[in-house]
Each structure stands twice: as C-alpha cells, then as structure tokens.
Design a protein. Structure first.
Length: 269
C-alpha cells in the first residue's frame, strides 16, 4: 500500500512586485500633492500666470510664503486624511491598507522632515518661509526642534499603524523590515530617476530630490525599533498576494512620472 505524501509548501510571504508597485503609486501621489497641489495650485490661485511643474520643483516668476509653505501643508493634510481612512477601514484588503499606510508615511515624513531640513541647511521651502523674518536664527532653531519632535511623532504613528491596521506583529522584525525597506528604496530610485530630466538642472536632484526621499523617508529604515510595546494587530495579518492591477497601474503612472512630469510641464491660469 503506497504511503500518502503531502505536497511540500514553501513559506508564504508578501509579493515583492506588489509591494514595490504600491510604494511607487504612494510616492507619486505624495510628490504630486507636494509640488502640484501645494506649490503649483496655490501659486496659480494667488497670483501666478504660469509656471513649470516637475517632480522636483515648481518654478514661476510669482512667489510667496504661502506658496513655499504649501507643499508641506499639502503633505501633512494628506497624511491626516490617510490616517483617518486607515483607522476607519475594517474590511478593506491588505493591499489597500498597506497603500494607505505607506501614503501616510511618505506624506508625514516629507512634511515633518522638511522643517528639520530647512532649519539645518537654510535651504528649501521653509527657508523661504522664514526668509527676512526678524530673529532669523531663532526661527531656524524652532524649525530644527519642531522638525525633530514632529518627525519622531510621525515615526510612532506610522509604526503603530503598520502593526495595528496592516496587521504585522511587532515581534516579526523581518517582515516589518521588508515592508518598510522596500518602499524606502523604491521611492529613492523613483525620485532620482524622475529628477534626472528636470528642467531646472541636475543640481536640484542633489539638493531636493534625494534629500526628499533618502533623508525624509529614512524613518522607514528604523521605525520598527520604536513601535510602542503594547501595540498589537487589530486587523488580519495575511500576506500580500500579487496584484496585476496594482502592478499595471504603477507601471503606467511611473512612466508618466519619469518621462513626462519629470521633464516638466507648463501650467497656465
């Protein structure tokens, strides 16, 4: 009598291509909100006649403190919306919850990280916001201190959300690492590639694109060590299966982001 043998099952895991695809869509959304809604739309609504929008900058003859601050404010507002929706989704798919979580991370880290970046370097959006204000050094110190505090708060929010609402146990450090490192490096590669053809010049890639991704999103590399100990999953913790819908959407949006928006498009009122 032949003995029955059960099929060998390989260890389950999250599909890497799907994680990359979701990360790319989330980063594209965060970047467009920052440059397109926060800078370009605000400028066009408050006085600019036209300007050039790219993945790394909005350029026009009109400028103001509100336009400079708009990118960060748009990211922070988007982060708040993502957090509210993520907490309210009780039966959404794991892919949807992960997209909301990574969008939350990209928007909060870009927003809070910009305070610290401008305070330290005296460059970028918030350097323009405080330019010409009395007690300039005091404003820079406030940006640095406020940036550190708010960024750390963002790390706690994102880390807690990854456990509670995406459903990854806090003790599963290997999975936490995969689901944070893959989005980080995906964003860095995407913004670097898109920035190469920008109309302002390659210097802006080193001054803006890379700091925005490699610096601002660096919390993804270490947030797993700062998740509060009493945080437990409140949603299912199944693994992420492959989604050709997400992969196809990411491929199309990435092509547009790099080859069209990356080279700059002119907008008019």
């Amino acid at each position: 009598m032949a003995a029955e043998t059960s099929p060998v099952r390989l260890p389950a895991g999250d599909d890497v291509l799907t994680v990359v695809a979701i990360s790319l869509v989330a980063e594209i959304l965060g970047d467009v909100l920052h440059e397109g809604l926060g800078h370009a739309a605000v400028a066009l609504l408050t006085g600019a006649k036209s300007g050039v929008l790219s993945t790394v900058a909005w350029s026009s003859e009109f400028d103001s403190r509100l336009v400079a601050a708009g990118g960060t404010l748009a990211n922070l507002a988007a982060g708040l919306v993502c957090w509210i929706v993520l907490r309210g989704v009780t039966c959404g798919s794991l892919r949807l919850r992960f997209f909301l979580l990574i969008s939350l991370a990209f928007n909060l880290f870009a927003g809070t990280g910009y305070f610290f970046f401008s305070g330290v370097t005296n460059f970028g959006d918030w350097a323009a916001v405080i330019d010409g204000l009395p007690s300039h050094w005091l404003w820079r110190v406030l940006l640095v201190v406020g940036g550190i505090a708010s960024y750390y708060g963002a790390v706690l929010v994102v880390g807690s959300g990854l456990v509670r609402y995406v459903g990854v146990p806090r003790i599963d450090l290997r999975r936490l690492q995969r689901l944070t490192w893959i989005p980080y490096f995906s964003a860095v590669v995407l913004l670097s590639a898109a920035g190469l053809g920008n109309p302002v010049g390659l210097q802006l890639v080193w001054q803006s694109a890379l700091p925005a991704a490699a610096g601002a999103h660096s919390g993804l590399l270490w947030l797993r060590y700062y998740i509060p100990r009493n945080t437990v999953p409140e949603r299912g913790s199944e693994y992420m299966e492959r989604s050709y819908l997400w992969i196809g959407a990411a491929a199309g949006l990435t092509a547009f982001f790099i080859f069209v928006l990356g080279r700059g498009i002119r907008l008019h009122t």
